[in-house]
Design a protein around this ligand. Sequence first.
Ligand code: SF4
Ligand code: SF4
Length: 343
Amino acid sequence: MPLKKFHLDKLPAVIDRIKAEREVFAPVRGKEGVGFQPISDSNQVTLDFDNTLLSAKSTFFPPDETLLKFRMGKGATEVESRVIQTPDRLLWGVRPCDLRSFELLDRVFSEGEFRDPLYLERRDKTTIVAYACNQALPTCFCPSLGGSPTDPQGSDAILYRLDSFIIIKSVTAKGDELLELISPLVEDVTADDEASIPPREKRAGESVTKTIDINGASERLPQIFEAGYWKKVAYPCLNCGACTYVCPTCTCFDIQDESLHGEGSRKKIWDSCMFTDFTLMAGGTNPRTRKEQRLRQRVSDKFSYRVKNFGVTACVGCGRCIRICPVNIDITAVVKGALEVAV
Ligand code: SF4
Ligand code: SF4
């Protein structure tokens, strides 16, 4: 597996080189924090962040996208379907927790009866460059769920921050192609550079102090479906939905038609199980009118329903939902409390 390095000053040049051949999505600092964006100006790209505010899932599953356009007149409605044409793309600087989330998204969007062609096309056309963590946040708990802050699995190449240098290691054939593309801008690593990676990985792993014990959660959560526990833990919840919007593994969306003066579009937009109308049916029935029912759904989906349906726990321990929650609801504490409820 080839290893190369470049000075941080060369980051814009590296991005420009890649951008000449493909669309690049990379972290950019905005008012609210750092987030992934399609890059027009390579000077915008930053590697100075702990983790992005929103996860990288929006690169494959955008918050809002048009599926078709329509025009309604006196005759039949004219429909213009979306042509799927994704250029080759590169997703740069993904933390390992988000990398693991792609595997979970794949289960939902690519397995079984319902396959999402837009998602699959984007996944297929994207080279992924991971970015190993040096220091975990107090809210991170990826190792408890089988992850690691420096695991490149699911990427084509991984970046390591070494003070003012970035080491780039190829992991797949796509990663080799990328190294070839940027070869005029990179240099060989020294033996000292290479030897410094394992201790950094060890320190990064040791910097994760938060844990979650999910042993038995997939069986216990359905058993306490009716427990008063949910009312207690959901009491402060504002149903703002922020926890689901920042989560790399949440996959719920709604299909909505928007039209004005007979013309419109059909859109696929992110939805949230924390919203009151998420389960509102056309006849007015709503099986989840109370917030404790919605919090129970979010937690049970992550730690029980998706285990049953897809064989995976749908949490990667990124801690974003804990950081964003305005009333400090901590999913690790909710699961711990659920496991302590007597059945
Ligand atoms: S972020 Fe917190 S308050 Fe908002 S919906 Fe999620 S749990 Fe409730
Ligand atoms: S549930 Fe929370 S910690 Fe788990 S993946 Fe989603 S945002 Fe991250």
